[in-house]
Design a protein around this ligand. Structure first.
Ligand SMILES: Cc1ncc(COP(=O)(O)O)c(C=O)c1O
Length: 409
């Protein structure tokens, strides 16, 4: 008798951050600084509830029916119009509505990645993207973004490049304008696709937004955009994650292929969520929430910087991020066992993100990803105090020298 079919082999490579994360949900009084979660007190829930009720009552066929696979045409146009206002030459044929950024990554994996294809990334990079691509069995190569003269060569050797230019997850790093220009120039000189994954672009704390890769790539052209950039946007960090609405903006031919892949994945995105998104865009809900989110998260960024300085500076170095949701704390002791520290942190009541899941090539040394948007200052302080206790408990070393204090914000 033959046994049941074994689970697919790609599952062996998955990281356990998500399961740790889910497992932690039931632990009372745990301070969770591992996730990339917004503060729910910012959500415009009353207004969204009214719009949802009205949409179901007055447009039940649309709100509760199947939507077109590519997304509601009005929403595709509204998204295109927002990007046109920023200077991107795009129209509705460039836009695919997805079940948020995660589905966009999954669909691109389905359409563009065959086993062994090469993906160029600036490591460490988003573990969720690697999880989405994993069933397609790609290979990864690191791109050094500081070497502008070598970018075309590096991208030319890859089939696809994946970048998070705005406040990367996990590092919080912002790619500067000269590097953006160099990246776009390099990708135009090759046959490579370039993903610009941009969920955090609105979360700017210290200055105006920089032009995106899509804008730079489409400058001087007419809509529809037919270039190599595949832009991914999401409502998750700028309004609410629970609606699960995101979008891909790309060459219409690729949008067509992604639509075919989406058809086999979920037929269409949730129509009610799309109507809510459309109303949110039309009413300016994102613009209304934006200053409140920026003020709250900026304050919490300072609070976490101060708590890190108070409690964990003997063990870690970091830069204060200018946007996004994360600090990237690098261990001074290169032999620190991060997995052991994460487990010890759980025992002491704090959940932190292990850096190794974002760095499969092992380029950056032991590190932690720490989120500052979900918890208030008092909880952030408690979390860092507990992390220090966990560091002491595992006998973590402090490296050779004390690094200078983090810059104040
Ligand atoms: C870089 C990056 N891309 C994509 C996503 C996916 O988010 P969502 O599926 O909620 O849009 C995230 C979520 O944290 C992220 O950090």
């Amino acid at each position: 008798m033959t046994g049941r079919a074994e689970f697919a082999s790609w599952l062996e490579g998955t990281n356990d951050l998500t399961s740790r994360f889910v497992g932690s949900a039931g632990i009372a009084d745990l301070v969770n600084v591992a996730g990339g979660l917004p503060d729910a007190s910012l959500f415009p829930s009353d207004r969204l509830a009214e719009i949802a009720a009205e949409a179901i009552r007055t447009r039940p066929g649309v709100a509760l029916g199947y939507a077109p696979t590519g997304g509601l045409p009005e929403l595709r146009e509204a998204i295109a119009a927002r990007y046109r206002a920023r200077g991107a030459a795009v129209d509705a044929s460039n836009v695919l509505i997805t079940a948020s950024g995660t589905q966009a990554l999954d669909l691109v994996g389905k359409v563009l990645i065959e086993p062994g294809r090469r993906i160029a990334c600036d490591f460490p990079t988003y573990a969720g993207a690697m999880d989405a691509f994993r069933p397609r069995e790609p290979r990864y190569q690191h791109v050094d973004l500081s070497r502008h003269d070598r970018l075309a060569d590096a991208l030319g050797k890859a089939d696809l490049a994946y970048m998070i230019p705005n406040f990367s997850n996990p590092t919080g790093k912002l790619v500067d304008l000269p590097t953006r220009r160099a990246l776009v120039e390099a990708v135009h000189a090759t046959d490579t696709w370039l993903i610009e994954d941009d969920p955090y672009g609105a979360l700017y704390y210290d200055g105006p937004a920089l032009p995106g890769l899509l804008e730079l790539s489409s400058r001087g052209t007419e809509a529809p955009y037919r270039g190599p950039v595949i832009h991914m946007g999401s409502l998750s960090k700028q309004l609410v994650p629970g609606l699960r609405v995101g979008w891909v903006i790309a060459d219409p031919e690729l949008i067509g292929k992604l639509s075919s892949a989406k058809q086999a994945t979920d037929l269409c995105s949730n129509a009610l969520s799309q109507l809510l998104t459309l109303a949110a865009l039309e009413e300016g809900m994102i613009e209304e929430m934006h200053p409140k989110a920026i003020a709250l998260y900026r304050e919490r960024r300072t609070a976490l910087a101060e708590a890190m300085e108070r409690h964990i500076s003997p063990w870690f170095d970091w830069e204060v991020p200018v946007g996004g949701m994360f600090f990237w704390a690098r261990a001074k002791d290169r032999s620190l066992d991060v997995d052991r520290l994460v487990d010890a942190g759980m025992e002491h009541g704090v959940l932190v993100g292990p850096g190794n899941v974002f760095d499969p090539l092992g380029l950056s040394g032991p590190a932690l990803r720490l989120n500052f948007t979900l918890n208030d200052a008092e909880k952030l302080d408690r979390g860092m105090a507990r992390l220090a206790e966990a560091l002491v408990a595992i006998g973590a070393g402090t490296g050779q020298q004390r690094a200078p204090a983090a810059a104040a914000v």
